[in-house]
Design a protein around this ligand. Structure first.
Ligand code: DC
Length: 212
């Protein structure tokens, strides 16, 4: 069984996807971490995020250690990951790994939960359940800001909101796999839901099966 969880930055999809995976005993893949790993490698190599060929070569060279890098979740890494993810050749490089993970989840798990931007639309168009998690920009910025403060990154709220709007715009307007709900995705708006309520709503959708 494959559950696809897509949505914009800080909508709560990561927490939700992780909890769903735990609940069902499925494997979990945070596909954003792959794009973040490419971004870190590009930054460290002193390359330009605009250089699609260089970024694609970095995508092909990702190692497990990259995915455990403490700088993966930094705000700066997130910004650059949004840039490198716009290159079709980078997306193509990461596609096989994601599909393989979904088709044959590690450790013999009976299913997989993948979260990202294009899981339901491109990576796993045949996923059994597709969730598209949203929340207002202000609410997402509040959550992201709190998360950054907790990590010791002192950033102004207005900066977080502006960055988030920039990334939304870039993720939605890129030509290759733009962020948008798959036609058969269930929309889940978490603006007024805490984590537990969002999880319960997701469980109800998963229990309801494939069709919205
Ligand atoms: O979910 P995240 O913030 O960790 O994702 C980082 C960037 O990677 C995000 O700006 C868009 C990109 N991304 C993508 O294009 N496709 C995915 N499936 C996951 C992430």
């Amino acid at each position: 069984m494959i559950i696809a969880v897509d949505g914009p930055v800080a909508a709560g999809k990561g927490t939700l996807a992780r909890r769903l995976a735990e609940h069902f005993g499925f494997a979990y893949l945070d596909t954003g971490s792959l794009y973040r790993a490419v971004a870190l490698r590009v930054l460290r190599a002193g390359q330009s995020p605009e250089d699609g060929a260089a970024a694609a070569a970095q995508a092909a060279a990702i190692e497990p250690a990259d995915l455990a890098d403490p700088r993966l979740r930094d705000e700066a890494t997130g910004g650059v990951s949004s840039l490198v993810s716009s290159h079709p050749e980078v997306r193509a490089r990461l596609l096989a790994y994601q599909r393989e993970f979904a088709a044959r989840p590690p450790s013999g798990a009976a299913g997989a939960v993948l979260d990202g931007r294009d899981i339901g639309a491109v990576v796993c168009p045949d996923a059994d359940v597709k969730l598209f998690v949203t929340a207002s920009a202000e609410q997402r910025a509040r959550r992201r800001h709190a998360e950054l403060l907790e990590r010791g990154e002192a950033v102004a709220f207005d900066t977080v909101l502006a960055d988030l709007r920039d990334r939304d715009e870039r993720d939605r307007s890129r030509a290759a796999s733009p962020l948008k709900p798959a036609a058969d995705a269930h929309l889940l708006d978490t603006t007024n839901l805490d984590i537990e309520a969002a999880f319960q709503a997701a469980l109800t959708i998963v229990a309801g099966g494939k069709a919205p």
